[in-house]
Design a protein around this ligand. Structure first.
Ligand code: S3P
Length: 186
């Protein structure tokens, strides 16, 4: 039997890594952070790649890494980089039946209030405000996320209503993913 993977997509700051780790623990699957995997495979940091060769070179490596991660023979939860959906080849991979795509959806204002300008996020180091960057990326990417998502979850209500929003999101997602997988494999 081939492995089934769950891929979390969404903009920077939506919580893909934390929620993905918790979801993986709940479903007893491996967790993989795609950005960390890319840095390990290339032995370079994302910041170095952006600075040395530019964004397109990073996107090439991101696509290669993602293709490789999907070959993993055990079921994985993969937290994707926010821009994975930009390339059509990645969107085609995300639409495969053995891949369940979860979109963590949130408004640019909410994301800007939470996102950290970490080193692996060179797009937040351009001098523009995080809110402006995220507003632009949201406009560009919202249709692409919608094109690939099997499940969409709104992040903000969990933050407004739950003591442990990311735990609660992971619990809800575990149910949604299992229901989705049961449907596609029936
Ligand atoms: C990017 C998001 C980052 C990282 C890179 C580009 C993007 O990942 O892949 O800086 O284009 O949105 P996170 O979404 O995990 O921060």
């Amino acid at each position: 039997m081939t492995a089934r993977h769950i891929v979390l997509v969404g903009l920077m700051g939506s919580g893909k890594t934390t929620v993905g780790k918790r979801l993986a623990a709940r479903l007893d699957r491996h967790f993989v952070d795609a950005d960390a995997a890319l840095e390990e495979i290339t032995d370079r940091t994302i910041a170095e790649i952006f600075e040395g060769e530019g964004e397109e070179a990073f996107r090439d490596l991101e696509a290669d890494t993602f293709e490789e991660l999907l070959e993993h023979h055990e079921d994985c939860v993969i937290a994707a980089g926010g821009g994975l959906v930009l390339r059509a080849e990645n969107r085609n991979r995300l639409r495969r039946d053995d891949v369940t795509v979860v979109l963590l959806d949130a408004s640019p204002a909410f994301l800007a209030s939470r996102v950290e300008a970490k080193a692996h996020r060179p797009l937040l180091h351009t001098g523009e405000s995080a809110r402006d960057v995220l507003t632009r990326l949201h406009e560009e990417r919202a249709p692409l996320y919608a094109e690939v998502a099997d499940i969409t979850i709104s992040v903000e209500p969990f933050h407004a209503e739950e003591d442990k929003p990311k735990q609660a999101m992971a619990a809800r997602l575990a149910d949604l993913v299992l229901a989705h997988e049961a449907q596609v494999t029936a």
